[in-house]
Design a protein around this ligand. Sequence first.
Ligand SMILES: [Mg+2]
Length: 374
Amino acid sequence: MPDLKLDAVEFLHVKRRLPHPFTISVGSIAAREFLVMRGHADGLTVYGEANVDAQPFYTSETIGTVWQIASQCLLPKILGKTFESIAQVRATWAGVRGHEFAKAAIEHLFWDLLGKQTGRSLQSLLGREKTEIEIGTSHSIVSNLQGLLDEIGAVQEEGIRRVKIKIQPGWDSEPLHAIRREYSALTLLADANGAYDLSHRAQLKNLDQFGMAMIEQPLTAGDIVDHAELRRKIKTPICLDESAHDFHTVQSALKIGACDIINIKVGRVGGLSESLKIHDLCHAQNVPVWCGRRTGSGITIASELALSSLPGFSFPTDHAIDFLQEPLDHFVEREQFVRRGAFVEVPQKPGIGVQVNEKMLEKLTLHREKFAAK
Ligand SMILES: [Mg+2]
């Protein structure tokens, strides 16, 4: 049994520029702020990341809430203490409700530690062998349809076979129609981030004509009941993202027939252990899952590639943009990932399997705090 013990953890509030502003139905961002955790354990440095925003934009958690809950409620129970398993670490948080991104980031420190102590890759710890993951793209809402078509043409040239566009009322059938006309062979997905309600039934039914692989989170974040009703009325498979916030909710969603596919975001569901549980539940019921991207760093990309090698991940990730666009401000250099067309190799070195450029990480850090075992 490994002895898992963290002596200290630093929180780093990081800000990196994005190559282009990214717009979804609930807003737009031009730079990305998030929280990196750097743990120290007996000469090893390990990493975790909370892909939340400075504002409650995608999720109710923010950099501020993660900082507070992780430092005041989660870390005091684990710093300087020895654990035999990650399940034991998680058990110390049994009395802390919610705050999944905070839990996921700290749990990730332990996954990285377990890998580095035992010389095993994260993928091998998760128990899977698929060595390459197919990546797809996710395209922002834009004001210029031709610009979107050109962008999709360019990624198709790079070998990408699956694209997702962000949609909202007023920006749905027109771009989808244009993409279908120009690029009929592409697997097409749309993500509404909760922009519609049941009064849009007819518009959503109208999208069936585009033969999409899924429509993601068409209705309000958190809802499953209306999704179950909508699912009976449209042919396009429904994927839950913002509503699939933990194992129990996914179980309920499957029970009432609210969806055909689940998007597992590691941070949103509370970490890799919870992601594994949701994957296994869905896989047992033949419900495909996939791993949606939240912009962060290569720390997240590396662990999501490992997770995506599980057998139930039918549409593995939409990380393609991280590999195809000119990266700005990256502290995990892209050269560490091997891409061939639409496929990226799962890192095989111990732990997360990629190196962090500490100099660049320091440069992007707005402020920091260190917490040590007392
Ligand atoms: Mg989504």
